[in-house]
Design a protein around this ligand. Structure first.
Ligand code: FAD
Ligand code: NAI
Length: 477
C-alpha cells in the first residue's frame, strides 16, 4: 500500500495548488481527482475552474466581445468589416483548446513537483493507527493509499432547482451554458448572480434575446449598491438584457422546442415565458458526494459545508478542508490561497490569509470588481467613513479604448484614512482591483494611493483620482 505524508482529494484550484505547495515543502504528496474531460474519455485535472468554470467562461466572454466589437465598435475607428458572421461551434472549439492546454499543464506541474497524480473517486476508508486510509476507485478498480495528512478539496456543484432537472439539452447548468454550439433565439436564465450575468453577456452579444429572472429584490446584493445600480443600467438599458428582480419562480416544463417558465413578478403579476434554452444559475452547493465523510466522523455544518476553523482545520486531527467545500466565497483564488496556507501549516509555518482582502470580479462589460467593505456594510456596522469617487468618462486611456463607462469608489476610515473598501465598474477593473487589494493588505490610506505615481495615460489613474477625492483633493473632479 502506498503511503504519503499528504493526500489531497480534488485537483481543482484549491487541491492542485495545495498538492504542489506540499510537495515543494518536502512532503511525499499525492493528489486524487475524479475529473474527466468533456468527451468523458480521459482524466482532466483542474476541477470546476479549468474545465467548466473560470477559464472557459472567460474564453467565451472574449470571443463574444470581439464579435460584438466588430459589429458595433469598429466603425467608430474607421474600420469597415462588411458582413460579420458568427460560428458558435468555433467559439466553443477555441474554448476547448484553452481548457485542454491548461488542464494538461497541471499534469506537467505535478510531474515537475513530484506530486503523484491518482485518477479516481476518493473516499475515506478508515484508519491505520494515526494514518488515514483513502480508497481510490478508478472505474471499479480499487486501491487504498495511506496518508498522515488529508486535505479535502472536493469543490462544489450547481444548486438544483426543485422544479426541473438539469439535462444540459434545454435546461442547462454552467457546463451546458458553456457548450452551446448554436445561439438560442430566446435564452432564459434563473439567477442574476455571477454565472447568470457572465453567461447572459456571452449569449446576448452573439444575438440571443436574454431574460434573467432573479428572486432577490436587489441586484447583486453582495456588491456595493451604487456600483450595482450603475451596472444594472448598463446591462438592461444599454445592452438590452431583461433582468426581472424579485420574481417567484413557479412551474417549469419542457415544452415542444423549449422550456416554459411560469413566474410571479415583484408586482404580483403572473407570467409565463417560453425559452429555447434555460440556464439555471442559482448558486452552488458543497460537494462531499461519495467521500464517505460520515464514516470517519468528518463534520459538516447545517448547509453541508465541511466544518472548518479559520485555519481550515476540520474536527478530525490532520484532516483539512479548503475551497468551495468550506465556508467563504466560492472563488478559485480563495481556494488556492487556502491550499497554500494549509500546506504551510502542515509544515509548521504560520501563514495568514485575510478574508477581508479577497477580491471579487464579475467579467461583464463593463467589468465589476471590489475588495473590502461596501458602503452598506460600513453603515450597518456604524463605521464612520469618507468616500471618493471618480469616473472613467474623462480618462484618456478609457476614451482611447472606446470603453469610457464606469466609476471607481474608494471608502476610507473617517478618522484614520485607512482604506476600507474599493468598488469599481468599468473597463478592465479585474486588473485594477489588484492595486486596491495590495493597498488594503499593506493597510494603506487613501492618501497613500493619492501620493503614488500612476502612469499616464492608464486606467489606474481613475483609482488614483478616486483616492485623491476621498482625501478631498481631487485634481480632475
Ligand atoms: P473544484 O474546482 O470544484 O474542484 C474539485 C475537484 O475535486 C474536481 O476536479 C472534482 O472532480 C474533484 N472531486 C470531487 N469529489 C471527489 C472525490 N470524492 N474523489 C476525487 N475527486 C473528487 N471563480 C473565480 O475565482 N473566478 C472566476 O472567474 C470564476 N468563474 C466561474 C465560472 C463558472 C461558470 C463557475 C461554475 C465557477 C466559477 N468560479 C470562478 C468559481 C471557481 O470555479 C471555484 O471557486 C473553484 O473551482 C473552487 O475550487 P475547488 O478546488 O475548491 O473545487
Ligand atoms: P450566485 O450566488 O452568484 O448567484 C445566484 C443568484 O441566484 C442570486 O442572485 C440568488 O438570489 C438567485 N437565486 C437563488 N435562488 C433563486 C431562485 N429560486 N429563483 C431565482 N433566483 C434565485 O451563484 P451563481 O451565479 O450560480 O454562481 C455560483 C458561484 O460561482 C458564485 O457564487 C461564484 O462564487 C462562482 N462564480 C464566480 C465567478 C467570478 O468570480 N467571476 C464567475 C461565475 C461563478
Amino acid at each position: 500500500m502506498s503511503q504519503f505524508d499528504v493526500v489531497v482529494i480534488g485537483a481543482g484550484p484549491g487541491g492542485y495548488i495545495a498538492a504542489i505547495r506540499a510537495a515543494q515543502l518536502g512532503f511525499k504528496t499525492a493528489c486524487i481527482d475524479a475529473g474527466v474531460n468533456k468527451a468523458g474519455d480521459a482524466p482532466a485535472l483542474g476541477g470546476t475552474c479549468l474545465n467548466v468554470g473560470c477559464i472557459p467562461s472567460k474564453a467565451l466572454l472574449q470571443s463574444s466581445e470581439h464579435f460584438h466589437a466588430a459589429q458595433h465598435d469598429f466603425a467608430a475607428h474607421g474600420i469597415t468589416v462588411g458582413d460579420v458572421s458568427f460560428d458558435a461551434a468555433q467559439m466553443i472549439a477555441r474554448k476547448d483548446e484553452i481548457v485542454t492546454k491548461l488542464t494538461g499543464g497541471i499534469g506537467f506541474l505535478f510531474k515537475k513537483n513530484k506530486v503523484e497524480s491518482l485518477h479516481g473517486k476518493a473516499s475515506f476508508a478508515g484508519k491505520n493507527g494515526d494514518a488515514y486510509q483513502i480508497e481510490v476507485d478508478n472505474k471499479g478498480e480499487k486501491t487504498v493509499v495511506e496518508a498522515k495528512h488529508v486535505i479535502v478539496a472536493t469543490g462544489s456543484v450547481p444548486r438544483p432547482l426543485p422544479q426541473i432537472a438539469i439535462d444540459n439539452v434545454n435546461v442547462l447548468d454552467n457546463e451546458g451554458a458553456l457548450n452551446l454550439t448554436a445561439v438560442p433565439k430566446k435564452l432564459g436564465i434563473i439567477g442574476s448572480g455571477v454565472i447568470g450575468l457572465e453567461m447572459g453577456s456571452v449569449w446576448k452579444r452573439v444575438g440571443a434575446e436574454v431574460t434573467i429572472l432573479e428572486a432577490a429584490p436587489a441586484f447583486l446584493a453582495a456588491a456595493d449598491q451604487q456600483i450595482a445600480k450603475e451596472a444594472f443600467k448598463y446591462f438592461t438599458k444599454e445592452q438590452g438584457m431583461a433582468i426581472e428582480l424579485g420574481v417567484k419562480i413557479g412551474d417549469i416544463q419542457n415544452v415542444d422546442g423549449g422550456v416554459s417558465v411560469a413566474f410571479e413578478t415583484a408586482k404580483g403579476e403572473a407570467k409565463t415565458e417560453v425559452f429555447d434554452k434555460l440556464i439555471v444559475s442559482i448558486g452552488r452547493i458543497p460537494n462531499t458526494e461519495g467521500l464517505n465523510a460520515e464514516a470517519v466522523g468528518l463534520e459538516k455544518d447545517e448547509r453541508g459545508f465541511i466544518q472548518v476553523d479559520g485555519d481550515c482545520r476540520t474536527n478530525l486531527p490532520h484532516v483539512w478542508a479548503i475551497g468551495d467545500v468550506v465556508r467563504g466565497p466560492m472563488l478559485a483564488h480563495k481556494a488556492s490561497d487556502e491550499g497554500v496556507a494549509v500546506a504551510e501549516r502542515i509544515a509548521g509555518q504560520k501563514p495568514h490569509l485575510d478574508f477581508n482582502t479577497i477580491p471579487f470580479v464579475i467579467y461583464t462589460d463593463p467589468e465589476i470588481a471590489w475588495v473590502g467593505k461596501t458602503e452598506e456594510q460600513l453603515k450597518a456596522e456604524g463605521v464612520e467613513y469618507k468616500k471618493g469617487t471618480s469616473l472613467f468618462s474623462p480618462n484618456g486611456r478609457a476614451l482611447g479604448l472606446g470603453k469610457a463607462k464606469g466609476t471607481v469608489k474608494v471608502l476610507a476610515c473617517a478618522k484614520t484614512d485607512r482604506i476600507l473598501g474599493v468598488h469599481m465598474v468599468g473597463p478592465m477593473v479585474s486588473e485594477l482591483v489588484a492595486e486596491a487589494v495590495m493597498a488594503m493588505e499593506f493597510k494603506a490610506s487613501s492618501e497613500d494611493i493619492g501620493r503614488i505615481v500612476h502612469a499616464h495615460p492608464t486606467l489606474s489613474e481613475v483609482l488614483h483620482e478616486a483616492a485623491l477625492a476621498a482625501d478631498k483633493r481631487a485634481l480632475h473632479g
